[in-house]
Ligand binder design. Sequence first.
Ligand code: AMP
Length: 405
Amino acid sequence: MNNSFTPRNRGGRGRFTQNRRPFRGQRSGGGGRNRSQSRTISHDKFVNLNPSVHEDTVYTPMHTFADFGFHSHIMDNLTKKGYVNPTRVQDESIPHILAGKDVIGLSNTGSGKTAAFVLPIIQKIKTQQTRDTVLIITPTRELAQQIQVEFKEFTDRMQLYSTLCVGGLNIYNQVKELRRGPQVVIGTPGRIKDLVNRGALRLENTTTLVLDEADQMLDMGFLPDINHIISMLPRDRQSLCFSATITPGIKRLLDTMLTDPVMISVRTSETGEHIAQDIIHARTKEAKLQELTKMLSRDNFEKVLVFGEMKHSVQKLAEELTRLGFPSEAIHGNKSQPQRQRALDSFKRGRVNILIATGVAARGLDIPNVSHVINFDQPNTHEEYVHRIGRTGRAGKPGQAYTFV
Ligand code: AMP
């Protein structure tokens, strides 16, 4: 795939020719017709015509995976996954986590942070003499599922077990699995609390806690549930917290849950600097749809994630595109968890190449090789924008993002 992205390149290759003016990144008032889109984010923020090289492609790690002294099965499983060198967040945090320190990781998905905590946790439970357990809390069901998939891949042939405790899936199956005593529980705050209250999940031996995407959890109003869960954990524990930002709310939470933490900051991929970005002017919904289908017809739009604002409009857009000959799936909060998972799998495995999602549903998802992110509807905050576009340009790959204004 063509990685470069400059206005010259676009024009020269004849791409977007019918559309050249709108793609110039000008900030005219033409897009201001639609009331729902008159947001506070300056259009400048949606334009980056000269993306920097992705940091992961130039980062020289201080350690090799062998330096960490991982169990031989972990090393075999790393090889199977094709991981050669640690990413920066792994390089910097794994030694501290192995040393038993509390860690704050300022990084989001895309930086390799899942393995940064999963690998040392596996090492810890494999070498411990006790029956201590690990609790990993995430804001969304999909993120929890994704972490469990990585956990399973990294523990292949190691006889370590995990249970997924998320809403939308049958709770009785989770209760049954918990009875078998998994070493690791991965879940969302509401369901974890529910299982604790039923007495199905016991936390007195949970000596390792991971809070993933803590800022998102607070945004979603999970703080009371998280505080409740933390109050049930042993005081003497190792806590790891990953967040894209440290807001005052996060700071308060960190102050109560961590002891003498090490702070690791891996911020580059959060800024989206390595992602080529541009805006598209369209005055009406019909014009937007027309522009969108033009783009989707182009060869290099190989795997496209489109963001919409509302659950029902996301569903409608997926149906409309499918009807127009662009098979699409949708994920949003009105779908059941199995439906969301099916849609996501379909996109991940390439059965469809277009996924339409609300911002919340797609938060933190790691979908390999997303070539383009398109904001059909603008995000409400710049932070949300950065999260959305961060679904492309992952693991050192190039990425492009377009926003309708
Ligand atoms: P994450 O930030 O954990 O969602 O990871 C982003 C992507 O990078 C995932 O597809 C990982 O499988 C991949 N990844 C993580 N660490 C490495 C590594 N050391 N080498 C190669 N790929 C990696």
